[in-house]
Design a protein around this ligand. Structure first.
Ligand code: NAD
Ligand code: ZN
Length: 351
């Protein structure tokens, strides 16, 4: 992958985009939005960036549309509207738009330029940084994709004004994760916030991106270090899939699921990685403060563990975790005996 990550911040950067695009002499300019960012973000984008687009492409919002059929629709549209190898695609939206739009751009005519303008907290601090583009294959997430950095990522926190609160909370979980895996003092600062709002969170976007960028630059292709970004995600993904496919369960966003995953994996860290119980309790109390406790029965746990056994990241039937030996000190590829899971769920449930 191209190892330069070009991220710029704020309104000025957004205003400067039109100049940058003009200087590159693109043959045509396309903007990709989803059905929500079409309404919430496009008008503001046009006002601030003032770019004369050749066409606006709109996809249906939601993870369920991050698939090949949406790509096919967009490749067709690009083709019909005369896009060529010298066209550019500007992705204006959350992680679904930046992941899928990036993939569409990387594959159209063997690759055209693209920019990401993330409009959710999660896509600002996570999805649009690190060059991973891609789509889902059936129920399996992010199975098809390419790692390539966009020409630029422009992070501007004004988009958060219209973002629903639970989406803010979802992105915040990834920020807490950045503290837990890399920066104890950043963790302490986030932990002490009282209210999650666009205003309180905007100052922390840049430090979170800095933590992720450091990791990605050192290991762009996830051979080792980059795995630390999966803390909380092994159990978190299984919980996310389980809640998604069980209609009697409430809707759980990605960050809300990995928040539970991080509490469970903090407990596992006390047994398998010598994390001290005081720190594990601190992690649990922090997530309890921001995230409502979910009901997870013994039957739910059994089904979640079944999903975990089928996780694509398992090698030779072994389930590997990223755990912590201390806050800020992650350990990768830790094997966890399965008889510990029940106690981990007890720990999550406890007051
Ligand atoms: N590439 C990576 O490294 C990486 C990392 C983390 C997550 N991801 C991917 O990101 C996706 C999740 O991203 P997400 O949480 O941003 O989801 P999303 O793109 O589905 O956005 C969440 C919701 O908010 C809406 N929305 C977006 N911006 C808005 C705004 N400013 N105001 C009001 N509504 C707005 C969207 O239409 C959607 O309904 C997943 O597909 C995940 O796999 C990728
Ligand atoms: Zn995540």
């Amino acid at each position: 992958m191209n190892n330069t990550i070009s991220i710029s911040y704020g309104l000025k950067a957004l205003q400067a985009l039109s100049e940058e695009v003009k200087n590159k002499n693109y043959s045509s300019i396309f903007i990709l939005v989803d059905s929500n960012t079409h309404g919430y973000c496009l008008e503001r984008f046009n006002e601030i960036a003032n770019i004369k687009a050749t066409g606006i492409l709109t996809m249906k919002a939601g993870e369920e549309n991050k698939n090949l059929s949406t790509c096919e629709q967009l490749w067709n549209e690009l083709s019909e509207k005369g896009a060529d190898r010298n066209s550019v695609l500007i992705n204006l939206g959350g992680g679904v738009v930046t992941d899928l739009g990036g993939f569409v751009a990387c594959t159209f005519k063997r690759g055209i330029d693209f920019y990401n303008i993330p409009t959710t907290l999660l896509s600002m601090v996570d999805a649009s940084v690190g060059g991973k583009t891609g789509i889902d294959l059936g129920a399996l997430k992010n199975q098809i994709g390419i790692i390539r950095e966009p020409q630029g990522v422009i992070v501007e926190s004004g988009w958060l004004q219209t973002l629903p609160n639970e989406e803010l909370r979802s992105g915040f979980a990834e920020m807490l994760k950045h503290g837990l895996i890399a920066n104890p003092s950043y963790w302490k600062t986030l932990q002490s916030l009282d209210l999650l709002s666009a205003e309180t969170l905007e100052d922390f976007i840049q430090p979170s991106i800095a933590e992720k960028t450091k990791v990605v630059l050192e290991d762009p292709n996830e051979k080792g270090l980059r795995k630390i970004l999966n803390f909380g995600h092994t159990l978190g993904h299984a919980i996310e899939s389980y809640f998604l496919t069980h209609p009697d369960k409430p809707r759980l966003l990605h960050g809300e699921a990995i928040a539970i995953g991080m509490v469970l994996e903090a407990y596992l860290s006390t047994v398998c990685c010598a994390l001290n119980l005081g720190e594990a309790n601190e992690i649990k109390t922090t997530f309890d403060k921001f995230y409502p406790k979910q009901e997870i029965s013994l039957a739910d746990q059994k089904a979640i563990l079944e999903l975990l056994r089928h996780d694509k990241k398992n090698k030779a039937g072994r389930i590997n975790f990223v755990l912590l030996s201390a806050i800020g000190t992650p350990q990768i590829d830790v094997e966890v005996p399965q008889d510990l899971f029940a106690t981990a769920f007890e720990f999550y449930k406890s007051a």
